[in-house]
Design a protein around this ligand. Structure first.
Ligand SMILES: [Zn+2]
Length: 61
């Protein structure tokens, strides 16, 4: 059994182009899941924006 399946939709892989996914669509789905899981910090509200001024200070040059 060398047939691999897509971890997203369980379809048999017909191309290695988007390995290990069956298509770019499924690759994008996995990527978005990964990004959400990696950057989202549970239990912390995102309204604490005053600790970051917004960018480098132009008067420093
Ligand atoms: Zn798929």
């Amino acid at each position: 059994m060398s047939q691999k399946k897509c971890p997203i939709c369980s379809a048999p892989l017909t191309t290695a182009e988007f390995k290990p996914f069956c298509s770019k669509r499924c690759a994008d789905v996995d990527l978005s899941r990964w990004l959400k899981g990696g950057y989202a910090i549970p239990g912390r509200p995102s309204d604490q924006a005053d600790e970051v001024p917004g960018g480098p200070d132009p008067s420093d040059a």
